[in-house]
Design a protein around this ligand. Structure first.
Ligand SMILES: Nc1ncnc2c1ncn2[C@@H]1O[C@H](COP(=O)(O)OP(=O)(O)OP(=O)(O)O)[C@@H](O)[C@H]1O
Length: 737
């Protein structure tokens, strides 16, 4: 990958919105082996053959051959003829699958969930009709029998069989697991060796909680999107590993040694202008491809920008991505994008948006690369919004006037902020500053597109982008490694502190405390788990495991038991401070992405008017970004009820439809504790799903933030004094002995 000029060829012309034909084009290619398999199956009892057959992938050039002709639609056939021809076998299996589907038709499932959510039934009907026309709506009936024969588990094919169409699953024991290299909110990522090719790959293991169809559907959407993309700057999904024994899937990716967050956290490392241009042009190239294929990434950040040893950057983690069509805007959730990279319109609750959200995040990355640190590290949504306003200026009167927000006064600062990008980043190269100014435009339509960014002066003026292969080589560096290093250092500090040699610091490092969209990662529970992992790493000589061994442990997650949330030092400090009235505390928040538990941390204030659910917060649906609201502020509640959860707001196609399990998610607050056992939680009608900022009615954002700051300092001071007292007491006790 070279400078911008040398990369022109990889840019795609904008494509029309994804059409059914596109998808079929991409996927109408069951491999030759599958065809043979079907023939074989005709001779054997399919029930015997199916488990045995785990043919080799998938997407490798050798195995995926163009389909000679489309599969015939299933025809009713006499039972006696079932084992005689492949067509009949497929038809037979399809029949049972479609019967299962008929038990709860998609429109019925939607109706159930949306009634609970209080949505407009007219809109729902229109949406359902649109979904019925979706390219994927009818696919399972046509192909799921084939999938079952191919060895795909029914829990997958019955929910989202279309996404694996044309692919065959890989067997787990054809990989050797080498090391854990990443941890996402709902996945673990392992380095592994493909025993068939010797190639090193990354395996992303996606866990499912009780095979919740909604979780499966969300994972399926990621697969679906990944299969639509094909570009040197977008991670390539090479195959899928399934196991009939375990309730998880492994996505097979090309292995990438670094991620941008990890590289940026190497002490003392600063990128030169040519290097920044090299990374940025690759990000924008990949993004342009995604957008031109109708995909919004919605979680652009350093740890999702993977880099290989040749300096090639690839956009990864499409877990929050969605399809979009600018010609047919649909309602999307605003609860996406990791907080530091989240654009103002999403913080304000916008549900109609497009490529501009990714461009904002890309702007944040550009500034981060040039500045050497994240530019807007907010801890809560309100703080994030405040940081944005302080740097980029507050929105114009016109913006507020046309913003379709029920209570703009809740978000609108009392006095306008002026834009200060140029003075804040006066050391940036002028063309870089211009590009940044465009990407960080408050008005989404002013951010342009990935293509216009690539055409900007920044990439045309000298010094030009360096060639990726000329980038300096570093040992494998991931955000995950940086976090582990941080945790190990913290453990050492803690050990020293326990030994009475020093004080405990909980100041977050560069890679810590970055609140994600609904799913933030730096959680107390996760910290505890990672600390254990870090300790295990220190003590373990080799972490190589054979997948067969892993298979045994998968069902019970013996490899990584879910740790009970342990109080962090911060939490303890804050709680102890709380005894004296000021009750800042760091709280676990369990979120779910499609039913999978997510955990996040945030600072909350509870001496502001207390929401009536506050006392049951630990067992009820989480708010986002640490925002408790005035109980009497119905305006606030209404505002926030518009902030859709990822799992309810985007029923755009078959993959997004709430499944039969969705009913379980409609539990109200009182029912919620079972969510912690993995069933999902939160009713859309009764559940308080606050996403908006913490603003007392009539409050002023500046005053409020100052007050928060004061309270934090007070709480920390108090905690320190308490700690010193405790230390003194224990040392005087020791002396007494
Ligand atoms: N192909 C790959 N090669 C090497 N490392 C990878 C690869 N894919 C992912 N990783 C590592 O694993 C981490 C987690 O992966 P990923 O972001 O896809 O998971 P996730 O569960 O979706 O995470 P998140 O919580 O950020 O949404 C990444 O930050 C990266 O460090």
């Amino acid at each position: 990958m070279g400078s911008l000029c040398s990369k022109e060829h990889v840019r795609d012309p904008p494509l029309p919105a994804p059409a059914p034909a596109d998808f079929r084009q991409l996927h109408k290619a069951p491999s030759q082996s599958l065809k043979q398999l079907i023939t074989l199956t005709a001779k054997e009892d399919s029930a015997v053959v199916a488990p045995v057959v785990h043919a080799v992938i998938t997407r490798s050039e050798s195995s995926v051959k163009p389909r000679p002709k489309p599969h015939p639609q299933p025809q009713p056939a006499p039972v006696a003829a079932e084992k005689k021809t492949p067509v009949v076998v497929i038809a037979s299996l399809n029949k049972s699958c479609s019967t299962a589907g008929a038990a709860l038709p998609t429109h019925h499932r939607r109706a159930t969930v949306d009634a609970a959510a209080g949505r407009n039934p007219v809109h729902d009907a229109a949406q359902d009709a649109a979904d019925d026309n979706s390219p994927y709506g009818d696919v399972p009936q046509g192909f799921s029998g084939e999938h079952v024969i191919a060895g795909w588990p029914t829990w997958l094919t019955s929910v989202a069989g279309e996404v694996v169409h044309g692919w065959l699953p890989r067997r787990a024991d054809t990989f050797e697991r080498l090391d854990k290299i990443g941890q996402g909110t709902y996945s673990n990522v392992y380095k592994a060796r493909d025993l068939e090719t010797g190639k090193i790959v990354a395996l992303k293991r996606v866990r499912f909680v009780n095979m919740d169809p909604e979780s499966v559907r969300f994972m399926a959407r990621e697969i679906h999107i990944l299969r639509r993309l094909d570009h040197p700057n977008v991670i390539r999904l090479e195959g899928i590993v399934t196991s009939r024994l375990s309730h998880s899937l492994y996505l097979v990716f090309e292995y990438m040694e670094h991620d941008l967050a990890g590289l940026a956290s190497i002490p003392g490392l600063r990128f030169t202008e040519p290097q920044v241009k090299c990374f940025m042009s690759q990000i924008l190239d990949g993004l342009h491809h995604c957008h031109s294929r109708g995909v919004l990434h919605r979680d652009i950040k350093g740890s999702n920008l993977l880099i290989d040893d040749n300096g090639v950057l690839k956009i990864a983690d499409f877990g929050l991505a969605t399809f979009f069509d600018p010609a047919k805007p649909k309602s999307l959730t605003s609860r996406v994008v990791t907080l530091w990279y989240r654009p103002p319109e999403l913080l304000l609750g916008a549900t109609e948006y497009g490529v501009a959200v990714d461009l904002w995040s890309t702007g944040c990355i550009l500034a981060e690369l040039l500045a050497g640190k994240p530019i807007m590290p907010g801890q809560t949504e309100i703080e994030q919004l405040h940081k944005i306003f302080k740097l980029c200026g507050s929105p114009s009167e016109e913006y507020w006037a046309k913003a379709k927000l029920p209570d703009v006064t809740l978000f609108k600062p009392q006095r306008p902020y002026r834009r200060r990008i140029a003075e804040t980043f006066r050391d940036f190269p002028p063309t870089g500053l211009d590009l940044l100014d465009t990407l960080l435009a408050i008005e989404p339509s002013d951010r342009g597109t990935a293509a216009s960014a690539l055409d900007s002066e920044f990439f045309r003026t000298k010094p030009l982008a360096c060639d990726p292969s000329s980038l300096p080589k570093h040992p494998p560096s991931k955000e995950y490694d940086a976090k582990l290093r941080g945790k190990e250092a913290m453990m050492r500090q803690n050990a020293a502190a326990i030994g009475g040699k020093g004080s405990i610091s909980v100041k977050p490092g560069r890679n810590e405390a970055m609140p994600k969209a609904a799913p933030a990662q730096e959680a107390i529970g996760v910290d505890h788990q990672r600390r254990q992992q870090a300790a295990a790493r220190v003590n373990t000589k080799s972490s190589s495991h054979h997948y067969t061994a892993l298979e045994d442990s998968v069902a019970g997650f013996r490899m990584e038991p879910p740790a009970a949330p342990a109080p962090s030092t911060m939490q303890m400090q804050m709680q102890s401070a709380g005894q004296f009235g000021s009750t800042w505390y760091r709280k676990d928040e369990h979120h779910q992405r499609g039913g999978m538990k997510r955990t996040t941390s945030s600072l909350r204030v509870s001496n502001l008017p207390v929401a009536h659910h506050l006392t049951s917060q630990r067992s009820c649906a989480p708010s986002r970004g640490g925002t408790d609201l005035h109980p009497s502020s119905s305006a606030v509640r209404n505002t926030n009820s518009k902030y859709n959860r990822l799992d309810v707001a985007e029923p755009a196609n078959a993959l997004d439809r709430p499944g039969p399990g969705a009913g379980k998610k409609d539990m109200g607050i009182r029912d919620a504790p079972s969510a912690y056992q993995g069933q999902g939680f939160g009713g859309r009608n009764r559940r308080m799903n606050y996403s908006g900022p913490l603003v007392p009615p009539g409050g002023n954002m500046d005053d409020m933030l100052k007050e928060h700051e004061r309270q934090i300092q007070q709480a920390v001071r108090k905690a320190r004094v308490d700690k010193e007292k405790t230390n003194n007491n224990s040392s005087s006790r020791r002396n007494n002995y």
